[in-house]
Ligand binder design. Structure first.
Ligand code: 5GP
Length: 185
């Protein structure tokens, strides 16, 4: 069924969501968000590094006026396993007070990053805050978080490509690949 494999340090990755499927789903998400915010000029805030490609493709399909900003957290280091700690490395440049904020994530795994972001925004006074993520691993969630727009729900396995890295590499792959050593085939 799958013939697109990728071997990284002895780990086998399989193409899991191809680029057409990703682009089609992003168009649907962008349409939905553009409708929901038709009377507003929201600020899309991307979480670096992983979200940069999703953010760009999402924004290209947004049909309303919008602003863009980024911030950067660290949580995983170079490991495939979450360290359970989050640190702010690059802060916001915009002023979110009184604005509609849309946080753009590549993937929600345990939910720790989103939880941290929610707490961070308690120091501000935005008009509203929603979260859009391209990927969600529902079975990995450890924190109660509200995700408003979800691209794809995926199994709790490590994925790379389309912005997501393995030791900082492979972000440039246009499709999403899943680690297949533990069962997916
Ligand atoms: P969380 O805080 O929800 O546990 O994890 C969120 C962050 O962990 C993501 O923004 C991403 O950087 C990283 N992450 C979680 N799962 C994966 C994965 O399967 N692959 C990659 N490359 N990064 C992941």
């Amino acid at each position: 069924m799958h013939n697109n494999f990728l071997y990284v340090n002895g780990d086998r990755f399989i193409e899991f969501i191809d680029k057409e499927k990703i682009q089609n789903r992003i168009k649907e998400l962008a349409l939905e968000i553009s409708k929901d915010y038709k009377n507003s000029v929201p600020i899309f805030i991307g979480v670096l590094n992983g979200a940069f490609i999703f953010m760009a493709d999402l924004l290209k399909n947004i049909t309303i006026e919008a602003e863009v900003d980024f911030f950067k957290l660290s949580s995983y280091g170079d490991s495939k396993i979450s360290s359970g700690q989050v640190k702010m490395i690059k802060d916001l440049n915009c002023n979110p007070n009184g604005r509609d904020i849309i946080i753009v994530e590549d993937i929600v795994d345990t939910g720790l990053s989103i939880k941290y972001i929610e707490e961070l925004f308690q120091h501000y006074n935005p008009k509203s805050m929603k979260v859009v993520t391209l990927l969600l691993k529902p079975e990995s969630l450890k924190y109660e978080v509200k995700i408003d727009y979800i691209g794809f729900k995926i199994p709790s396995q490590f994925v790379i490509g389309y912005g997501l890295d393995y030791q900082q590499k492979y972000r440039n792959l246009p499709s999403i690949y899943i680690l297949s050593n533990d069962g997916v085939n």
